[in-house]
Design a protein around this ligand. Sequence first.
Ligand code: PRP
Ligand code: URA
Length: 249
Amino acid sequence: MAPSEDTNELDRAPSQGVGPEYMSSTEKPTATVSTQVSHANITILPQTPQLIALLTMIRDKNTNRADFIFHSNRIIRLLVEEGLNHLPVREHIVTTPVGKTYNGVRFEGKICGVSIMRAGEAMEQALRECCRSVRIGKILIQRDEETSQPRLFYDKLPEDIADRWVLLLDPMLATGGSALMAVDVLRSKGVPEERICFLNLIASPEGAANFAKKFPKLRVVTAFVDKGLDEKNYIVPGLGDFGDRFYTL
Ligand code: PRP
Ligand code: URA
C-alpha cells in the first residue's frame, strides 16, 4: 500500500485510507501510516487495518499494562512470521495422503534468536511459538538516559552462533546506537551481517538510515517507521518507554 502523494520531506508522517483494496476511499478511515524509506535492506509490514489498530492500542498512553502486553505480542508475532520469510528455503517435494506429489520448500540452515535486554526479551515468546526449542542468546545493552549512548554490560550467545542465522530482537530502534552495538557483538563472534535479521516494532527514520549506512546487507523488518526523534532521542509519536510499559508500569 503506497502512502498518499501529499507526503513530503518536511511532513514525514503520511496519512492514508486504511482498508482492503476493494473498498472505496470514502469507506476507509484515514490514519497515519508508516513513513516509507528508500533503504533496500528494510521491510515494513503491510499497513493493514489490523496492524494499525494494534499499534493504535499500544501507542495510547491510557492503555493499561495487560492490554499493552497482549497487543504488543500480536504485533511481535506478525514480525516474527515476516522475519522467517527472509531465511533461506530449498525445494522439498512431498507425497500427500492421496498419492500425489506436492512441490514445496523447507527451511534450510540453523537459526537462533538474540534479544537485546531488557525490552528485546519481550519478543522471545513469539519466536519460541514459531520455532520450537529455538536457542536464544542475550545481549545486555542499556542506553544512558542522559546521553542516549549505549553501554554493553553482558553477552551470552550460543557457541556455534557463527554457523547460524540470527534473528536479533529489540522493539525500539531510536538512534540505532544499541542495535548497532549488538550487531558489532555478533560480528565479533563471526556472524556475517547478511545472516542477521533485525526484528523491530517501531523505528525512527534516523535509526533506519544509520542501520542502512553501516550494515546495508543486514535485513531490518519493522512494523512502522515513525516520524522522528525528540530532544531526548525518544521516538515520536512513538509509544514511550517500551520496557517500562511491558514490564514495570
Ligand atoms: C531501549 C530499546 C532499545 C534502545 C533504543 O532500551 O529497547 O534497546 O532503547 O534506543 P537507541 O536506538 O537510541 O539505542 P533501553 O536501553 O531503554 O533499555 P530497556 O530495554 O531496559 O528499556
Ligand atoms: N527506547 C524506548 O523504549 N522508546 C523510545 O522511544 C526510545 C528508546
